[in-house]
Design a protein around this ligand. Structure first.
Ligand code: DP6
Length: 350
């Protein structure tokens, strides 16, 4: 039992709700978890502005529980199975959830195969729809609590999804460095503690490899259980939070770049040190990283990268007077390493 368990009265009826939720990109990474989706270390991300999932959820009351899902108009049986399991798992938090039939239609504003975390925006949007229904059925409206509970529920679908419920910079996982932070849901990192240089940023994603990853995030997290470097990594994430807090406050771009790239490389180093080992970076990923480093050495311009659990490279750079020089370089030198000239341009502005 916790504050999200429910025993209030509810009155179900046929409903259709729609919600939209963005994706996010972590700066300090979540990699490793315990039972019930408890993260092994705190993480912090930027919520994106343009890469989103739009979801329509139709609830037909008093029919036998079942879930039908459509992605961009196409029926997805595997996804429906996953959602069905997820709904059964969260019944104690939404006691009405198994008392009807669902038709869920979702679409992403970014290419499905892009490797941009569609599970984050996808589960974020589903959790928001569920909380819309909960408000309708229970008649209780507390917007702040609803958002917090949506983050809690999204986490149970996919860990990183809980950070997508808030704008700006978002923290998930308990850390002494962020007041109110929790392993159960995400919280906003206070805007006033983020220097202006970090509040108007680009994230251009180079689609180095489209299609299925060889190892899923869930399997990757699991392999941290036997990784001999795991404990050190979890501790380092805490140390990096302390460093990042100062960096965000004082606007130290050089230190920010160092920390963010180190986090990305550590994530992939952990994969290589897993048993069995796996590598999700591709030749193009390494070529792009080396070109970024050369470019920075030559120009001193703040172009840097982060990676999630895949081959694609997130190119990060501030939106300021130098951004056109960086953009030119990306188009001329980096896009050639993508599979199909694939690039998704997003921004963080808060
Ligand atoms: C590398 O949230 O996809 O993107 O909780 O098993 O669904 P599950 O994993 P997921 O893991 C994403 C990890 C990451 C880093 C991050 O987003 O913090």
């Amino acid at each position: 039992m916790n504050e999200f368990s429910e025993n209030k009265n509810f009155d179900i009826s046929n409903q259709k709700v729609t919600e939209s939720c963005p994706s996010n990109i972590a700066l300090i990474k979540y990699w490793g978890k315990y039972e019930n989706q408890i993260p092994a270390n705190p993480s912090i991300s930027y919520t994106l502005n343009l890469c989103k999932t739009n979801t329509e959820m139709e609830f037909i009351a008093d029919e036998e529980f079942s879930v039908q899902t459509f992605l961009a108009g196409k029926e997805e049986l595997k996804f429906a199975e996953k959602i069905e399991k997820y709904f059964r798992n969260i019944e104690k938090y939404l006691p009405w959830i198994l008392k009807g039939k669902y038709i869920i239609k979702t679409e992403n504003t970014f290419p499905h195969s892009s490797g941009i975390a569609s599970s984050a925006s996808g589960f974020g949007a589903i959790a928001k729809c569920l909380m819309d229904l909960d408000r309708i059925f229970s008649g209780q409206i507390d917007a702040d609590f609803s958002l917090k509970k949506a983050s809690f529920l999204a986490r149970l679908g996919s860990g990183s999804a809980c950070r997508s419920l808030y704008d700006g910079m978002v923290v998930w996982g308990e850390t002494k460095k962020v007041t109110g932070s929790s392993d159960l849901f995400a919280v906003r990192y206070p805007n006033e503690d983020v220097h202006n240089v970090f509040r108007n940023f680009n994230d251009w994603v180079l689609l180095i490899h489209e299609g299925e990853k060889s190892v899923s995030s869930t399997v990757g997290h699991g392999l941290m259980n036997t990784n001999p470097y795991a404990e050190r990594r979890f501790q380092e994430a805490h140390e990096n939070f302390a460093l990042l807090k100062d960096i965000l406050k004082n606007g130290d771009m050089t230190a920010f770049i160092r920390l963010v790239e180190h986090e990305a490389l550590t994530l992939h180093a952990m994969m290589m040190m897993s048993e069995p080992a796996f590598i999700l970076m591709k030749t193009g990923t390494l070529a792009v990283i080396n070109k970024i480093w050369d470019f920075r050495k030559e120009t001193n311009l703040p172009l840097f990268f982060t990676l999630d659990a895949g081959a694609n490279v997130h190119l990060l750079f501030p939106s300021d007077k130098d951004e056109s020089k960086i953009q030119e370089f990306i188009i001329k030198e980096l896009v050639q390493h993508t599979q199909n000239n694939g690039i998704v341009k997003d921004v963080m502005r808060f």
